[in-house]
Design a protein around this ligand. Structure first.
Ligand SMILES: *[C@@H]1O[C@H](CO)[C@@H](O)[C@H](O)[C@H]1NC(C)=O
Ligand SMILES: *[C@@H]1O[C@H](CO)[C@@H](O)[C@H](O)[C@H]1NC(C)=O
Length: 421
């Protein structure tokens, strides 16, 4: 509350402040006040933990602050197991062939649309630093608790086969996905159409991603996830943002989005996890897509992530996981939304473009050139692709293949409509 020193002309304001303070004191019990104080302190402590000292800060047009943090000061190194970790500046193996630096350099120059994240309009991070989206007090306060901030609320992995109908519907999460299982996988790749789906309720979200899964669908599920999402709860707006997630215990105690806990080690100075992607596709208009590749380094065992053709973002150290220390047993690609059943009806939160697969290119959202990394560390077309959706009248998926797009699928939908009441 305000009301510090001030001239005589402030006295009326100060009188009002005192009046409201008294009201406040009367209505709050001592215990409640203490708990408010405790929460404030807890939020501040959490912010201090997450937001590392910046070498430089850049204000993005969407209101984000991007802090350029010295690579050695990133959140990963708060992890006790990473105290003496030597950062790997490049993977020892890349499934698309070992790096040819000249090739990468010319490709970068030839890129026609260099803006991939909105904050690039206002600056760059210096070499040796990584860009981190600053967490605000409001970000943390929107979470159900400080501890839950940056974590998924429910078990929300689509479990295609022998799916327990009650369970899949209970959490309110709905999916439209393609998947492969029954082999050992060492990575996955996809080019994902980028849209800005409408979210009906702030506690809902809509995302499009790939999942690298290991273990059973029990308490010990290992998962690495990457893609784009719109999540008002997590970010405070409706922008489409690049995100990652990981867990080694089915979303219970380990893992988080982006760099919101220690785990992922970032080496790239240009792409910020959780930052807005720009531009996004328009209905019957220009189409934009991003490619994401996640693969396991056969030498060190770490899981690396690449964004686009030239941004190797960093890696999840192998020790974070149990099953994924060896390989993945299932890969999924597709969309997920939360249906909170507002007013007893299905949510009108959109998945993908908000249009059904039948509409095709320029209207429905797609994943193209979906691939897996096999036991010889090569990118391969996935074999035996299955599809899954809880309610195809709300959100659907349709696969196909051709020379240009390899294996692809269209997915998504509007949510609530006459066939999805
Ligand atoms: C989920 O619930 C809807 C509506 O109650 C139902 O039609 C659908 O079959 C359920 N989905 C699954 C996978 O059981
Ligand atoms: C996000 O979109 C919803 C409707 O789709 C709107 O009600 C809400 O105000 C938007 N939130 C922000 C922060 O722009």
């Amino acid at each position: 509350m305000g009301g510090g020193g001030g001239g005589a002309h402030f006295s009326r304001g100060r009188g009002l402040t005192v009046f409201f303070c008294l009201l406040g004191l009367l209505s709050l019990t001592r215990a409640a006040r203490l708990s408010v104080e405790r929460q404030k302190l807890e939020v501040q402590k959490h912010l201090n933990r997450l937001n590392k000292p910046a070498v430089k800060s850049i204000e993005s047009p969407d209101g984000d602050i991007i802090d350029c943090v010295h690579m050695a000061h990133q959140p990963a190194f708060d992890h006790p197991f990473l105290k003496d970790h030597k950062i790997q500046m490049r993977p020892s193996y890349h499934p698309e062939g070992l790096f040819d630096e000249n090739k990468v350099a010319t490709e970068s120059k030839e890129r026609t649309n260099p803006i991939t994240q909105l904050w690039h309009m206002n600056g760059k991070c210096p070499e040796g630093t990584i860009p981190i989206r600053r967490t605000t007090k409001d970000d943390v306060l929107r979470a159900s608790s400080v501890k839950r901030y940056g974590r998924k609320k429910h078990r929300s992995i689509p479990k295609p086969r022998s799916a327990d109908p009650d369970l899949t519907n209970e959490s309110g999460h709905q999916h439209a996905i393609a998947y492969v299982e029954g082999d050992k996988y060492y990575g996955a790749k996809a080019t994902i159409n980028v849209w800005e789906p409408k979210i009906q309720q702030p506690n809902e979200f809509s995302l499009s991603q790939l999942w690298i899964l290991g273990g059973s669908f029990g308490e010990d599920l290992n998962s690495i996830e990457a893609g784009w999402q719109v999540s008002p709860d997590l970010y405070g707006d409706n922008n489409t943002r690049l995100f990652t997630y990981w867990t080694s215990d089915a979303y219970q105690a380990t893992g988080c989005y982006n760099l919101l806990c220690s785990g992922f080690i970032q080496i790239n100075s240009e792409i910020a996890m959780g930052a807005s992607i720009s531009p996004v596709s328009g209905y019957r208009n220009s189409q934009y897509d991003i490619s994401i590749l996640v693969w396991k380094d056969p030498k060190e065992g770490h899981w690396w992530m690449q964004f686009g053709n030239d941004y190797v973002l960093g890696y999840w150290p192998s020790f974070l996981f149990s099953y994924l220390t060896d390989s993945a047993s299932m890969i999924e690609w597709g969309g997920e939304v939360v249906n909170s059943v507002p007013n007893g009806q299905h949510t009108s939160t959109q998945m993908g473009s908000g249009h059904f697969p039948e509409e095709g290119f320029g209207k429905a959202s797609y994943f193209r050139n979906i691939q897996v990394v096999d036991g010889s560390n090569n990118l391969k077309a996935p074999k035996g692709i299955g599809t899954f959706t809880e309610q195809s009248n709300c959100y659907d998926v349709q696969t196909g293949s051709n020379g240009d797009w390899g294996h692809y699928f269209y997915y998504g939908g509007p949510g609530r409509n006459s066939n999805c009441p």
